[in-house]
Unconditional design. Structure first.
Length: 617
C-alpha cells in the first residue's frame, strides 16, 4: 500500500527521474533504494536490493505513475516531465526504446540514447544558490541522456562524462536507474563509481569514490567554441516545442545517420572550425576496441568533445547545397587497401539505414540512395533493394538510351567510353534503381544478351579514380527526370510482343513493290531482306540495338540460315542508318512508317489486328 512520504520535493526544471529520486533520498536521509520502494518504482521485497531499470526514465506505466504521484504528491504533468516521454515526438531513439519496453520485442534501436545519465554539467549540479539546491544539489537533466546534447548552453561549457578524481565514467551499470542504490548518505552530486569490485555490501560504501562532481572543473582545451555553441543552440531549439515534431525528428535521424558515416570514416570529414579539438576525437575513436567488428561501430562516443566534433561535421554536410557531393567522401571504396576502412563498418551502418530510412528526410534519402552503394544491398554480389519514389518502373526504361539524352548528360564520360556503351550501361543503371537486384538482373530485364557483370563497374571505377564518384549519379538523376517528364512507355511490353514477330510477307511485298530495283552487290535477296528489316523495325519499336534483336523463328533452328540473317541485319541496319544507298533510301520511309503504326497498335492493345502497309497503295 503506497502512502505519501513524510516530505517531498518539487522537481527542478528539466530534471531526470533518477536525479529527483537521489535528491529526495538525500533530503529524507535514506538510501535511494528506500525511496524507490516507497514510491512504487520498485517492488517491495524484503532483504533484496531494489533494481529499478532505466526504462522508467522513458515512461512511467499507469500503475507506477499513480503510486509515484501518491507518494510524492506530484501532478501527472510534473511526474511525466521527469521522463523522456515529452521528447519522444522529436527524438526518434526514444520512440524506438519505448517500442521495446511496451511490446517486449527485441527491436533494434538507434544507438543514440545513453542507458544512464552519462554526462553532466558541474555548474548545473552545484545548483543555483537557493538553499534547497545548496543542500541537495542541482538537477540531473533529462537531455543529458541524449548524445546530441554535448554542452550546457547556460554555462557555455562542455558536459563531462567522467569523475574528476577516479576518472571512471559516471554512467551506472547498463539498464540500472541509479548505481548502487542501497548506499545512504551520498550527496546526489557524489561519484558512485566503485574503487574495488567483489566487496561485501557492508564494505562497499567505504570503497566508493565519493568525489563531488559539482565542484569547479577546468576546461581541457579551452571554453566552448562559437561554432559548437551555435550547433548546440540549434539542437536545443529542435528539441523544444517551437520546432514542428516532424521537422525535428527527420533532422535528428539524418544527423545520426551522417554522424555514423563520419565516425566510421574518420578523419575524412574532420571539421576545420577554429577552436574545435579534433585531436581529442582522433584519440577517442582510435582507442575504441576494434569497432570494425561491432554492430555499434558508428555509435556516438561518450566523450562530449569528441562527439561534438562528429556532430559538427555531420551538420555541415547536411547543410551543404549539394548533399550528394558532400556525402561523396564518405562513400565506401571497393578497394579496402586504398580506403583503409574495414567493409564491415559500412555494413553495420547499412543495416541501420535500411531499418530507419523511412524516418529520414526525403532530401537525405535521395542523396544517399546510391552514392553510398552498400547500404542498398539486400544480399551478396551487389544485389540492391529497389529505390522508391522514382516516378517510373523498370519497364519504362528503353534498352538503348535516346541519343539526345545521352548527349545532354553523358558527354563528360565520352573521354573514356564510347557513346553506345554509355547509352546501354545507363539504361541498365536506371532499371536497377527501379528493379533492385544486380546489374546482371537489370541487363537480363532489358534483354541484353551479354554478360552484365561488366556493365557498371568500368564507369563507377573510372569516376572514383577521377575523384568524382557522384558525377555519374547526378547524370542518372538528370536522365531519370527526363524519363519521368515524358509520357511513360512500356518498352518491356513491346519487346515481349515482338519476341517471335517477323514482318509479314504481304506487307514486305507491298513495300518491295514500291521500290525501284537497283541491282548491286549490296542488294540482299528478297526473303532474307524481309527478315533483316524485321530487326530494323524491332529496334525502332523497342528502342533497342540491332545486336540484341531476337532471331526470327524461321532461322532459329538452322545455323546456316541464322548466320546469314545475323550478317544481313547488320548490313541493312548500316545502310538504312547511313541513308546513302538509293535502294535503301527508298525503303527507309516505308519501314519507319510501318514501325510507327506497329507502335500505335501495341501501345493501344490492338496488336491482334492485321497491320496494313503504310504508303503502299
Amino acid at each position: 500500500m503506497i502512502t505519501p512520504l513524510p516530505r517531498s520535493l518539487d522537481p527542478l526544471a528539466g530534471e531526470l527521474l533518477a536525479g529527483y529520486v537521489m535528491r529526495l533520498a538525500h533530503r529524507l536521509d535514506v538510501a535511494p533504494d528506500t525511496v524507490l520502494r516507497h514510491t512504487g518504482l520498485a517492488d517491495f521485497q524484503p532483504n533484496t536490493q531494489a533494481i529499478t531499470r532505466t526504462a522508467l526514465s522513458l515512461e512511467l506505466p499507469a500503475q507506477r505513475m499513480n503510486d509515484f504521484r501518491t507518494a510524492t504528491r506530484l501532478t501527472e504533468a510534473e511526474a511525466t516531465a521527469l521522463t523522456l516521454l515529452p521528447l519522444a515526438p522529436r527524438y526518434p531513439p526514444i520512440v524506438h526504446s519505448l517500442d521495446v519496453v511496451r511490446t517486449g520485442k527485441r527491436i533494434p534501436a538507434l544507438d543514440w540514447l545513453f542507458p544512464a545519465a552519462a554526462r553532466y554539467c558541474p555548474d548545473c549540479l552545484a545548483g543555483d544558490g537557493t538553499s534547497l539546491q545548496t543542500d541537495h544539489g542541482g538537477p540531473w537533466k533529462t537531455d543529458w541522456r541524449l548524445p546530441v546534447v554535448f554542452a550546457c548552453s547556460h554555462h557555455r561549457r562542455f558536459l563531462e562524462h567522467a569523475c574528476p578524481d577516479c576518472r571512471q565514467s559516471i554512467a551506472g551499470r547498463h539498464g540500472v536507474l541509479i548505481p548502487r542504490p542501497t548506499i545512504a548518505g551520498l550527496h546526489p552530486a557524489q561519484c558512485r563509481a566503485p574503487l574495488a569490485h567483489g566487496l561485501s555490501r557492508a564494505r562497499r560504501a567505504a570503497q566508493l569514490c565519493g568525489a563531488r562532481l559539482d565542484r569547479p572543473q577546468s576546461e581541457p582545451g579551452g571554453p566552448l567554441p562559437n561554432e559548437l555553441a551555435a550547433l548546440q543552440m540549434k539542437i536545443t531549439a529542435m528539441l523544444s516545442p517551437g520546432t514542428p515534431a516532424a521537422t525535428a525528428s527527420e533532422y535528428f535521424t539524418d544527423l545520426q545517420m551522417v554522424s555514423g558515416l563520419v565516425t566510421i570514416t574518420w578523419p575524412k570529414a574532420r571539421p576545420s572550425a577554429p577552436g574545435v579539438d579534433t585531436h581529442r576525437t582522433d584519440l577517442v575513436l582510435a582507442g575504441r576496441q576494434d569497432p570494425s567488428h561491432s554492430l555499434h561501430a558508428s555509435a556516438p562516443p561518450q566523450d562530449a568533445r569528441a562527439c561534438a566534433s562528429i556532430l559538427l561535421a555531420a551538420d555541415a554536410i547536411l547543410a551543404a547545397a549539394d548533399l550528394r557531393t558532400a556525402l561523396a567522401p564518405l562513400a565506401p571504396v571497393e578497394n579496402r587497401t586504398r580506403s583503409g576502412i574495414e567493409p564491415k563498418r559500412h555494413r553495420s551502418w547499412d543495416t541501420t539505414f535500411r531499418r530507419y530510412q523511412d524516418e529520414c528526410s526525403q532530401r537525405f534519402r535521395d542523396a544517399a540512395e546510391y552514392l553510398v552503394s552498400t547500404h542498398r544491398r539486400s544480399g551478396r554480389g551487389g544485389s540492391r533493394l529497389p529505390q522508391r519514389g522514382l516516378g517510373y518502373a523498370p519497364q519504362h526504361v528503353p534498352a538503348f538510351l535516346p541519343l539526345e539524352w545521352a548527349e545532354r548528360h553523358l558527354g563528360a564520360f565520352t573521354v573514356a567510353f564510347s557513346m553506345p556503351v554509355l547509352r546501354r550501361t545507363t539504361s541498365a543503371f536506371l532499371v536497377r534503381r527501379a528493379l533492385g537486384k544486380t546489374i546482371v538482373d537489370a541487363a537480363e530485364f532489358l534483354g541484353l544478351g551479354i554478360d552484365g557483370k561488366g556493365l557498371g563497374s568500368p564507369i563507377t571505377s573510372w569516376t572514383r579514380r577521377q575523384g568524382t564518384p557522384e558525377a555519374y549519379e547526378r547524370a542518372l538523376d538528370a536522365i531519370a527526370a527526363e524519363l519521368t517528364s515524358a509520357p511513360l512507355i512500356n518498352y518491356r511490353h513491346r519487346r515481349e510482343h515482338l519476341a517471335d514477330w517477323t514482318l509479314p510477307p504481304d506487307s514486305w511485298h507491298q513495300i518491295a513493290a514500291r521500290l525501284e530495283r537497283r541491282r548491286s552487290p549490296r542488294y540482299v535477296a528478297d526473303d532474307r531482306a524481309r527478315l533483316a528489316v524485321t530487326a530494323y523495325i524491332w529496334t525502332r519499336v523497342t528502342h533497342g540495338e540491332t545486336q540484341f534483336a531476337p532471331c526470327p523463328p524461321e532461322a532459329r533452328h538452322d545455323p546456316k540460315h541464322e548466320a546469314a540473317w545475323s550478317r544481313d541485319r547488320y548490313d541493312i541496319a548500316h545502310w538504312l542508318k547511313q541513308n546513302k544507298q538509293p535502294y535503301y533510301q527508298q525503303m527507309k520511309p516505308f519501314l519507319d512508317a510501318y514501325a510507327d503504326q506497329l507502335i500505335h497498335a501495341i501501345d493501344t492493345e490492338h496488336s491482334g489486328r492485321q497491320l496494313t502497309c503504310p504508303l503502299a497503295k
